[in-house]
Design a protein around this ligand. Structure first.
Ligand code: SAH
Length: 243
C-alpha cells in the first residue's frame, strides 16, 4: 500500500527535527510542502524530488501529494512545527477519504509554542491556551470569545498567526480583550523566527505588547497572573513551595 506521511519538521533548525521525522524524510521519494518549509530542508535531503505550492493552495497541495503516493512514491508532506497544529494533517485525512489505497501516517513535530517557550524560559509550565488570530478559517467573534474566556480563566495564552498585512491591528485588539481581565503589568514575551536565521526574543509587559508591531513569523506568549521575569527569562511558577 502506498504511504503518505504528514511530517512536522519543527520550527526550522535541522537539529530541532525529531529523529522520526528525519528518518521518514531520509527514506521517502518525494517531499512536498509550502515553498518556505521545503527550502528549510532541501539542503539536507538533496537526492529527493521536491514539489512546492504557494501558501493559499492547500487543497491542491494535498491532492498532489496523494497523486504522487498513488504513483508508487513514498511521499512526505511537510509542515513547520507540528502538522496537527494549524497544519495540514487534518486536511490530508479529510481528503484521504477519497484515496483509500493510500495509507496516511502522521509524524509529530515540535510546535512553535513549545520551541518558543524554551527560548523565553518556562512560560507554559502550567495550564495554557493556544489561540490563532487568523480569521481566514475562524470567525473573528469566535476568536474574541476564546481570548476572553482564556483570559478570564487566567490561562497563559500563546498566540499564533498574530499578524499579517491585512490584520496588522489584531494583536492590539487581542491585548485589549485580555486587558479586561489581566493586569497591564502581566509578563509577556514574543519570539520571532524560532530556530531560523534572525531568531529574536523579547520580554515585555502586556501594555507594551499592545503597542508592538510583529510579523507572521512570530509567536506571542502572554503570562498568567503568576508569571514573572527571572534573570531575563519568562517563568510561570509551577507552584512548588520553598523556592
Ligand atoms: N504548524 C505550525 C504552526 C503553523 S501556523 C507549528 O506547529 O508551529 C503559523 C504560525 O505559527 C506563525 O504565524 C507563528 O505564529 C507560528 N510559528 C511557526 N513557526 C514559527 C517560527 N519558526 N518562529 C516563530 N513563530 C512560528
Amino acid at each position: 500500500m502506498s504511504k503518505l506521511y504528514v511530517v512536522g519538521i519543527g520550527p526550522g533548525e535541522y537539529e530541532q527535527m525529531t529523529m522520526e521525522a528525519y528518518n521518514v524524510l531520509k527514506n521517502c521519494d518525494v517531499i512536498i510542502g509550502y515553498t518556505v518549509y521545503v527550502d528549510l530542508v532541501r539542503d539536507h535531503f538533496p537526492e529527493k524530488e521536491f514539489l512546492t505550492t504557494p501558501m493559499t493552495k492547500e487543497v491542491e497541495r494535498c491532492e498532489l501529494a496523494f497523486e504522487k503516493a498513488l504513483q508508487g512514491n513514498t511521499t512526505a508532506m511537510i509542515c513547520s512545527g507540528d502538522a496537527g497544529v494549524y497544519g495540514m494533517s487534518g486536511l490530508i485525512l479529510e481528503i484521504g477519504q477519497k484515496y483509500q489505497q493510500v495509507e496516511v501516517v502522521v509524524v509529530s513535530g515540535v510546535t512553535a509554542a513549545i520551541s518558543g517557550a524554551s527560548v523565553l524560559g518556562a512560560p507554559l509550565i502550567h495550564d495554557f491556551a493556544v489561540i490563532s488570530l487568523s480569521d481566514l478559517l475562524t470567525p473573528m467573534e469566535k476568536i474574541e470569545k476564546r481570548l476572553e474566556c482564556a483570559a478570564m480563566a487566567d490561562f497563559v495564552i500563546c498566540l499564533y498567526n498574530p499578524s499579517s498585512k491585512k490584520r496588522h491591528d489584531y494583536l492590539k485588539k487581542a491585548c485589549d480583550i485580555i486587558l479586561r481581565y489581566a493586569s497591564k503589568d502581566t509578563v509577556c514575551g514574543y519570539v520571532k523566527n524560532i530556530g531560523r536565521a534572525g531568531e529574536e526574543s523579547t520580554i515585555l509587559t502586556l501594555e507594551e505588547l499592545k503597542e508592538c508591531e510583529v510579523d507572521m513569523f512570530t509567536t506571542i506568549f502572554i503570562g498568567n497572573s503568576q508569571t514573572k521575569e527571572m534573570n531575563g527569562k519568562m517563568v510561570t511558577p509551577r507552584g512548588y513551595k520553598n523556592v
